[in-house]
Every structure is written in C-alpha cells, then in structure tokens.
Design a protein around this ligand. Structure first.
Ligand code: NDP
Length: 301
C-alpha cells in the first residue's frame, strides 16, 4: 500500500474529500504510523460491511497557528473524525465544542468526533486507555491495585497519571528531572488522588521508601534520540514488577535495555499506540477496539 501523501492547509482550502474521511493532524506528521494502521483496519472492516469502502484516513501537516482554521475547514469538508498528535493535543482542548468527561482532567484531547449535522467537534482522550491496554498486553497485568513509579511530568505523564489514579493504582510516585514541572503536576493531581498515596521524587536520588513490585512507566522523552540518558538508573529503585516504556521508536531505549539486562519484564509503547488508535476508531465507527487492535498491530509488524 502506497503511503498516504502529507496534505497541508492549502490542500484543505482548495479540494474536497469523497466518502467518509478521517485524518491525523500534527507538526511534523510524516513519521506518523496512524494512517497505515487505521487504513489497514478500515480495509478489514470493509470486508464485512460495504459502507467502510468509502472511508479513508488522511494525514495533514498543520502548524499550531493554523489549527483553528484547519479544524473549521475539516468539519465543513465532512471529516467524521480526527486524531491529534504533537503539538496539538493541549491546544485543541480549548478549540472544541465539547470535551468528554474522562478527558477533562487530562487537559488534552487526541481524538475528535464531528457532531452529527454540525461543523463542530467533540474531544476525547484515548491515550490513557491505550496505556492501560498496552501495559496489560505487554506485561500481563493492569494498573489496578499496583504501585506505580511514573517518570516524567509532561503531557504524556499527565495522561498516564490520571489513568493510573482512575484505574485504582495502590500508590503513585512521580520522578522528574525539573522539580518545578513535577510540583505543578502533583498540584494538579492532588484532588484526583483521593486516598491513593501520591508523591514526587528526584530521579537522580530516588528515596529509599519507594515501593517494590511497582510498574515503572517511562513517560519522558529521554531515549527518543541517540545518546539520550536513561531517565532513571533502575538499580537505584527497589526491584520493579515491570517497565513500560511509552517510547516505541527506537524499539529499545537505554532504560528498556537496562531492564532487559536486569531480567525485569519490559515492553515498549507500540502496544499503547495501537490501542489508543483502536479506541479512536471505535469512537468514529462503533467497531469494538478489541476487534480492530489486532489488525492495526499486524499493519505495523
Ligand atoms: P513533553 O515534552 O510534554 O514532556 C517531556 C518529559 O520528558 C518531561 O517530563 C521532561 O522533563 C522529560 N525529559 C525530556 N528529556 C529528558 C532527559 N534527557 N532526561 C530526563 N527527562 C527528560 O513530551 P510528552 O509528554 O508529550 O511525551 C513524552 C514521551 O511519551 C515521548 O517520548 C513520546 O514519544 C511518548 N508518547 C508515546 C505515546 C504512545 O502512544 N506510545 C503517546 C504519547 C507520548 P523536564 O520536565 O525536566 O523537562
């Protein structure tokens, strides 16, 4: 299958789109795996339901200042659903007509669905679902009742932390390089934690009282680029139950490599990517995420 062309705001202004179009918006976007996995799932859905023959998933490179105009035009052009990736997830939160209750505490949306008969969008966030399902698939158990040591305090960490608390983790300890960013995240999470113990730490000097048997979740971008350090030295933590690294490219970061070398179960973020995508497709089509996720995973293998 030929890769989908990278479209621009200029294309959106001058052309129409037949059938039922979907798209991902990002800046940059050329690297995105979403068109490949969504179009593969749509092709499989079309085998059982002819209506899906006319569905297609596109990609647009949209710089942040153009997002509002792009969202308006995409709604007017009849797009049914959108995925948003870096840097749009937070910016779009204030540009949509409604936000799903589960996405509100995250403050970011990665999936939009157009309101029936209106040029207006409702926002959802499927990243938390993706993390939870990816972790269960990759490490064999979920978040409920587990201690979690989360690394990072950016957008992905915020979504992960909200998901851990919503799923009933037994405690949440967050380590981040910059103390101010950590403090801001903890302040935001405090009202959501209820009776779940919540704390922060310096990943360079982890305290001795962190829990053993925890899921260590990497939600930092440390490991994306060659030469990046690991966000924590796993030997400075009590032995974890497993490491979930949200990064999937490269497939193994320095943190994941250390986990493997120490014999700690480890999984990368490809499963999260697939499951957040399958949940988005469910929001647009009604097809259960459990049905389409294996098709999406196969398209990426
Ligand atoms: P942000 O830019 O919002 O946050 C980056 C975080 O990484 C901050 O906490 C930052 O710490 C930390 N960080 C960056 N560089 C280093 C370093 N060298 N050492 C230690 N900490 C570092 O990014 P996002 O939250 O949006 O994304 C984080 C990661 O999650 C990315 O790698 C992204 O690819 C991945 N991701 C994966 C998804 C999936 O489907 N698998 C979905 C979404 C994200 P500080 O506060 O000190 O700057």
């Amino acid at each position: 299958m030929a890769p989908e062309p990278v479209l621009s705001l200029h294309d959106l202004r001058r052309r129409s789109f037949s059938g039922t179009p979907l798209a991902v918006l990002g800046h940059p976007i050329a690297h995105s795996l979403s068109p490949r996995m969504h179009n593969a799932a749509l092709a499989r859905l079309a085998e059982g339901d002819f209506r899906f023959h006319s569905w297609a998933y596109h990609r647009f490179d949209i710089p942040p200042p153009d997002l509002a105009e792009a969202l308006q035009l995409l709604a007017e052009r009849g797009f049914r659903g959108l995925n948003l990736t870096v840097p749009h997830k937070v910016i779009a939160f204030d540009q949509v007509a409604g936000v799903d209750a589960a996405a509100r505490p995250v403050g970011a949306v990665n999936t939009l669905r157009r309101r029936e008969g209106e040029a207006a969008w409702d926002g959802y966030n499927t990243d938390g679902y993706g993390l939870s399902a990816g972790l269960r698939e990759g490490l064999g158990a979920g978040l409920a009742g587990r201690p979690v040591i989360l690394l990072g305090a950016g957008g992905a960490a915020r979504g992960a932390a909200v998901e851990c608390l919503a799923r009933g983790c037994s405690s949440l300890h967050i380590g981040n390089r910059t103390p101010e960013n950590l403090a801001a995240l903890l302040l935001l999470l405090r009202p959501l934690a209820g009776s779940i113990p919540l704390g922060g730490f310096d990943p360079g000097h982890p305290p001795a009282d962190l829990p053993g048997g925890a899921w260590v979740i990497n939600a930092t971008s440390a490991g994306l680029r060659p030469g990046d350090p690991a966000p924590v030295d796993l030997r400075s933590l009590p032995v974890p139950a497993g490491v979930y690294d949200m990064i999937y490219h490269p497939p193994e970061t320095p943190l994941a490599r250390q986990a493997r070398e120490l014999g700690v179960p480890v999984a990368n973020g490809l499963g999260m990517l697939v499951h957040q995508g399958a949940k988005a497709l469910e929001i647009w089509t009604g097809a259960p995420a459990e049905q389409t996720a294996p098709w999406m995973a196969a398209a990426l293998s």
